[in-house]
Design a protein around this ligand. Structure first.
Ligand code: EPZ
Length: 424
């Protein structure tokens, strides 16, 4: 098992190219189950979650390979592998996003057996809305021996809301939309998630022959079609990876340029960084971040898109720890997602967590020490804190980071960070 070791206080400078979005790639890969013939998906990052999704698709009879040009080719064919409908525990337990094979399997193979996703350190993550949506379309769903067993001779269009206690659901919307594209009749998803990753899945499916309208809004209308064909598709840039590098530039008072970053997906992040005092300029495809003097404390609340993404909360918290004054972070998507706060405190941060709020009093400097990663984004926050801390930070349990950030150490190092990966 490896760790990341960072010698802090090095200013970042240079250019970094943003990869395709992990959270767009995972449901799009799952949606290939619906297609007849080969698809090429471009821009997919080389990270552990993608390898896990590839393994699941292979279990389900798909051919999955990385081509020389970096694209991933996925082949499913109509009428083949109908007896393969199980996503097993050993794979699903390592990645909750594997739940997004449920909708495609059900509509295409009329049966799905997917290991029930387990608990998660970022808080409760139920799948009641996924199940509600698929049941409304006519699926029979039960849970036995840790598996979700779903079956349906046919799925029929219906009207269903995806609204839950904490707003809408991203992967729940993806599952119901993926099931609806081959269902009989028209499905209307009310309170649909409209995250760019959901839009990307809808655009991918439409390119493959689906009829989805309302993309980008909270009401999706899906007319079922009889079949879908393979496509060549480039996924959107990863807005969370982009946000993470923007904060890396901001926290080190650096000067960095992001290529392949879509500013329209990053409005909430850009606006908050500007409110803090970070100087940001954008072109169609790139974002330039540099230090513009004094930073100010802020209040920040995570929300479904187009609000502030929960997946960037830990990274912002690291930055706010270093800004004089009181900042308040409110988490409205996963109200318990504050595991990183205790680790930041080990670095000297002054953070008080009360329910779904964290009150942060900025201090002159963080101090390097040993910290433990609890999940992917918490890990990103700790690495950012390490970049600016006095002394050496040892970040442990970095397998979480390998799930979602491609070559993080190499890319930060190329920007001037004193960072390396070492064995424990
Ligand atoms: C997706 O998870 C992302 N994962 C998460 O990113 C992200 O944090 C999250 O959306 C919110 O933006 C992928 O896309 C692979 P949700 P998802 O269903 O879809 C509640 C990362 O670090 N809820 O939108 O599983 C739920 O408890 C990951 O890249 C229900 O109540 O999240 C939460 O409070 C972590 N019932 C809220 O909705 C349900 O059936 C939003 O969750 C489903 C969810």
């Amino acid at each position: 098992m490896g760790k990341i070791v960072i010698e802090g206080e090095h200013r970042l400078e240079g250019t970094v190219r943003i990869n395709g979005a992990k959270n767009a790639a995972l449901p799009i890969m799952a949606a290939c189950i619906l297609l007849n013939g080969p698809s090429r998906i471009r821009g997919i990052p080389n990270i552990v979650d993608i390898q896990t999704q590839s393994e699941i698709l292979k279990e389900l009879g798909g051919e999955v390979k990385r081509l020389e040009d970096g694209a991933i080719e996925i082949i499913f064919r109509d009428g083949e592998n109908l007896d393969k409908y199980t996503a097993p525990y050993d794979l699903v337990s390592t990645m909750r996003a594997s739940i997004c094979v449920l909708g495609p399997l059900l509509t295409k193979r009329h049966k799905a057996k997917v290991s029930y996703p387990g608990g998660c350190v970022i808080g409760e993550r139920p799948i009641d809305l996924h199940i509600k949506g698929l049941r409304a379309m006519g699926a029979q769903i039960e849970t036995t021996e840790g598996y979700i067993l779903a079956s349906a001779d046919k799925l029929a269009g219906t009207e269903v809301s995806m609204k839950g206690k904490y707003g809408t659901t991203v992967l729940g919307t993806c599952n119901v939309m993926s099931a609806a594209v081959l269902a009989e009749g028209t499905t209307v998803i009310e309170d649909a998630a409209c995250e760019p990753e959901v839009q990307d899945l809808a655009n991918f499916l439409n390119k493959a022959g689906a009829k989805i309208s309302g993309i980008g809004g909270n009401k999706l209308i899906i007319e079922g079609v009889r079949e879908l064909h393979g496509v060549d598709y480039e996924i959107i840039p990863d807005r969370i990876e982009a946000g993470t590098y923007m904060i890396a530039g901001a926290i080190t008072k650096g000067d960095i340029t992001l290529e392949n970053a879509k500013q329209e997906h990053l409005i909430a992040i850009i606006n908050k960084l500007r409110e803090i005092g970070v100087d940001i300029t954008t072109t169609t495809n790139s974002i330039h971040v540099k230090n513009n003097g004094i930073y100010h404390p802020i209040d920040l609340t995570t929300m479904p898109y187009p609000g502030m993404p929960t997946d960037i909360q830990a990274q912002f918290m690291a930055l706010l720890c270093t800004i004089e004054g009181k900042s308040i972070v409110t988490e409205k998507v996963f109200p318990d997602r504050f595991m990183h706060a205790a680790e930041l405190r080990r670095m000297g941060a002054d953070i008080m967590v009360e329910g779904s709020c964290a009150i942060i009093k900025g201090i002159p400097f963080l101090s390097g020490t040993n910290v433990m990663v609890s999940d992917l984004r918490a890990g990103a926050g700790l690495v950012l804190a390490g970049l600016v801390a006095k002394g050496t930070t040892h970040v442990h349990r970095i397998y979480h980071l390998d799930r979602g950030y491609e070559r993080l150490v190499e890319r930060l190092s190329s920007l001037g960070a004193a960072i390396q990966r070492m064995s424990e």
